[in-house]
Design a protein. Structure first.
Length: 277
């Protein structure tokens, strides 16, 4: 199938697999990565030979979230470039554009399965949240370690419908990472398998689902999603986008990126750990 610079794409029978392919950088998300995924999804949408999408990643991490480097930063204003604060109106528009992307993926008519072999952290939780199913290795970990000082991905508002009100607050307040078995217990993922069995299990599941007519699967997805949308899921995500833009005005946010630029990523993370745990 198509060649891309940030992802790999393959197809076996009726299953199309998208592989995040920046393993040396722990597969960070940027607009280039997201747009390459979108291109594949758009191509697959009306392709009757494709019934299911699998999203996986190369290397030891699924994704550690949005790319922190200036040239790949997800919004149009890089925080370290501003002596005071980023423009909140422009930042809000940028964050809502990200929400637009994830909501379109949430409503994508064909089933999407997340195949998670390692860490799935921070902004990568948005990708996980919009997938229909998640099958993960026993080595996988989940959480939002940046939540207490860098902001909150707005579609983390998927968490309450997946894991409940109290667990959402616990994980956000503490920035605690959870292992695969806890993620399964609280409903964040569907199934945990031994690491060496992950490929075979996802292949079997995807092939089984892909045997159903695509129109039928689309209806099943829409009726399931409608329950959550009627309960206010999208307005909650949109409110999260507004609040994320406010969060980006805080000193902790801009100080992290200034340290990142001056001293490097390791120093920025160390300073954050020293300050906030």
């Amino acid at each position: 199938m198509s060649q891309h610079s940030m992802i790999l794409v393959s197809q076996i029978d009726r299953v199309c697999t998208i592989t995040l392919n920046r393993p040396d950088d722990l597969n960070p998300l940027s607009w280039q990565v997201l747009n390459e995924i979108k291109t594949v999804l758009d191509d697959a949408l009306h392709n009757e030979a494709i019934g299911v999408i699998v999203i996986e990643a190369a290397g030891k991490a699924f994704s550690t979230g949005y790319d922190l480097r200036e040239e790949h930063w997800i919004t149009s204003q890089y925080p370290a470039n501003f002596p005071d604060h980023v423009d909140i109106r422009k930042d809000r528009d940028d964050v809502h554009t990200i929400v637009d992307y994830w909501m379109k993926m949430w409503r994508y008519p064909k089933p999407i399965i997340a195949k998670v072999q390692g860490d799935c952290l921070s902004g990568a939780g948005e990708l996980l949240g919009v997938c229909d199913l998640a099958v993960v290795s026993e080595r996988a970990r989940f959480g939002h370690p940046a939540g207490r000082d860098l902001g909150i991905p707005p579609s983390i508002m998927f968490w309450p419908m997946l894991i409940g009100y109290r667990k959402t607050k616990e994980l956000l307040y503490t920035s605690r990472l959870i292992n695969a078995h806890e993620a399964e217990k609280i409903g964040l993922v569907n199934e945990v398998v031994p690491h060496e069995d992950l490929d075979a299990r996802v292949a079997l599941l995807a092939a089984h689902i892909a045997r159903a007519p695509s129109d039928n699967l689309s209806i099943l997805k829409e009726v399931s999603n409608t329950w959550f949308e009627n309960m206010g899921m999208e307005p909650s995500v949109r409110r999260g986008a507004d609040l994320d833009a406010i969060y980006h005005q805080f000193d902790s946010f801009k100080d992290f990126f200034r340290t990142l630029r001056k001293e490097g990523v390791k120093a920025a993370f160390k300073k954050r750990r020293d300050l906030y745990g």
